[in-house]
Design a protein around this ligand. Structure first.
Ligand SMILES: Cc1cc2nc3c(=O)[nH]c(=O)nc-3n(C[C@H](O)[C@H](O)[C@H](O)COP(=O)(O)OP(=O)(O)OC[C@H]3O[C@@H](n4cnc5c(N)ncnc54)[C@H](O)[C@@H]3O)c2cc1C
Length: 460
């Protein structure tokens, strides 16, 4: 299968590009990776917009395939569930899964990216070129256009094929769009986000429960916090850009302080740099990008956020991008270097799933900022886990299918919708688990759902 003659250009050495370069190198291809930013391993720059991310099964599977999962898991902090903070300070913990194995992991975005780059560098046929900005692609020549950021000189490069891992604003995708007959949509949320910080306690420990993803759900907006290994938390405030309670209305130190005092009184004393962080950290937009097709013959293909940027509320953007790499690698295993066919099959296997996780992520925004504070919702979650325990061959909660399994996202979306209808029906008029008629539930589940194994690609 390995073909040393084949030379692949990757544009973008972010999370997906660095991982994909390793997959491709392991197949024996020569890979040149062009990245706009300086080498983050030498320059102490921020490795992206958020400094930690939730890593889960799909991402871990890909890291395992390239031999990096153990190293990364040593740096990762397990988060066993959501810790909800009410305005009056009441804490409610909602586990993500059935047991200690069903957890998600907080990892440093920068460290993960650096380790992937180090692994890529171990391969003699991978060459990374930093401070090289891609400007677009000429599909008549198959040439990618770059500017060397140091000298300012423009130049072009071509290879046997090109894979664009250049993120949500992909210049290669824009070139595909200009070529014509290319579907494209970009939808922004009314909400944006801003990162804030909770430093470690004096003794270096975490000031909030370490093994949880903290949420302050406030219906139309929310604050979340993920733990870092140094005892700090990275917080993200999701809030509307405009309106009565919005980033626009928080225009000075006083308005920010009053807002936090009113909405997040328990966390305010833990954020000594709140006002500076609020002023200095940018307010960034949130959006969904969908497009089709994802390739131009065998000449170029899109992967990761370049093909499907999603909102971050399911913690799946990177996990999905990593799964793209897993699937593309599988397809290369089946069809070799017939790139047109490889990209076509890869696109057919991924497009519906990328659309599904985009929808799931949008739905989860409402769940996180609103429903998690709702008793009915929490009860239905509990009943969902109880159904999984009793009928594991049929009923797997939607969150688990997305996060702890590698079931195609489109299947998780479809089964999740049916399961929600089942939950509505069996919890109607009930307030405790004891009140649920599980034999009626079993009948309903068997009549509405196929056995899970028929839909799932695998269970690890
Ligand atoms: C606030 C927030 C929180 C998130 N949390 C999670 C989470 O918890 N879990 C999760 O799985 N996902 C999360 N995501 C999503 C995740 O960050 C992305 O899905 C992931 O980074 C996609 O990887 P990528 O390599 O496709 O794109 P990117 O990581 O954006 O990498 C693209 C790379 O291309 C480079 N590049 C861009 N333009 C050019 C150019 N013109 N020339 C050369 N190089 C270029 C960039 O510098 C960058 O290195 C979150 C996203 C946001 C915004």
């Amino acid at each position: 299968m390995a073909d040393h003659q084949q030379h692949i250009l990757l544009v973008g050495a972010g999370l997906a590009g660095s991982l994909l370069s390793v997959y491709l190198a392991q197949r024996g291809f020569a890979v040149d990776v062009f990245e706009r930013r300086p080498d983050m391993r030498h320059a102490r720059i921020s490795a992206g917009r958020s400094i930690n991310l939730a890593l889960s099964t799909r991402g871990i599977h890909a890291l395992r395939e390239v031999g990096l999962s153990e190293q990364i898991m040593e740096l990762a902090i397990p988060m066993r569930g959501r810790m909800m903070h009410a305005v009056d300070g009441t804490l409610t913990f909602q586990p993500y899964g059935r047991d200690e194995r069903e957890v998600i992991y907080s990892v440093s975005r920068g460290e993960l990216n650096r380790r992937l780059m180090d692994l890529a560098d171990e391969h003699e046929h991978v060459h990374m070129h930093f401070r090289q900005r891609c400007e677009g692609m000429d599909f008549s020549m198959g040439a990618v256009q770059f500017t060397d950021e140091e000298s300012g000189k423009p130049y072009s490069r071509s290879g046997d094929t090109v894979i664009a891992t250049d993120g949500a604003g992909s210049p290669i995708r824009m070139a595909m769009q200009r070529k014509g007959r290319f579907n494209f949509s970009q939808e922004y949320l009314e909400h944006g986000y801003k990162e804030l910080h909770i430093p470690p306690a004096g003794d270096g420990t975490h000031r909030l429960e370490r093994n949880a993803l903290h949420i302050w759900p406030r219906r139309s907006f929310m604050l979340i916090a993920l733990p870092n290994p140094d005892g700090s938390f990275t917080c993200t405030l999701f809030l509307q850009h405009e309106g009565e309670t919005s980033f626009a209305s928080l225009h000075d130190a006083e308005s920010v302080r009053i807002f936090f005092e009113r909405e997040f009184p328990d966390v305010l004393p833990l954020m000594p740099t709140l006002i500076e962080d609020f002023e200095h950290n940018p307010t960034a937009p949130l959006g969904t990008v969908r497009c089709y097709p994802w390739h131009v013959g065998g000449m170029a293909a899109l992967l990761g956020d370049a093909a499907h940027a999603i909102v971050p509320f399911y913690g799946q953007g990177m996990n999905c991008a990593f799964e793209d790499c897993t699937v593309l690698n599988e397809v290369i295993g089946e069809f070799g270097t017939d790139w047109d066919r490889v990209f076509h099959v890869y696109q057919e296997r991924r497009k519906a799933n990328a659309d599904a996780i985009a929808d799931l992520a949008l739905e989860n925004f409402i769940e996180m900022r609103d429903s998690v504070a709702d008793e009915r919702f929490l009860f239905q979650k509990q009943v969902g886990l109880a159904c999984e325990e009793r009928f594991p061959e049929y009923f797997i909660p939607k969150y688990s299918m997305v996060t702890f399994h590698r079931t195609p996202y489109a299947v998780a979306l479809e089964r999740g919708r049916i399961q929600q209808e089942i939950l509505e029906q069996i919890t109607a008029g009930c307030e405790t688990l004891d009140a649920i008629d599980f034999s009626a539930a079993e009948e309903l589940i068997h009549s509405r759902l196929r056995p899970y194994a028929e839909d799932a690609i695998d269970m690890n």
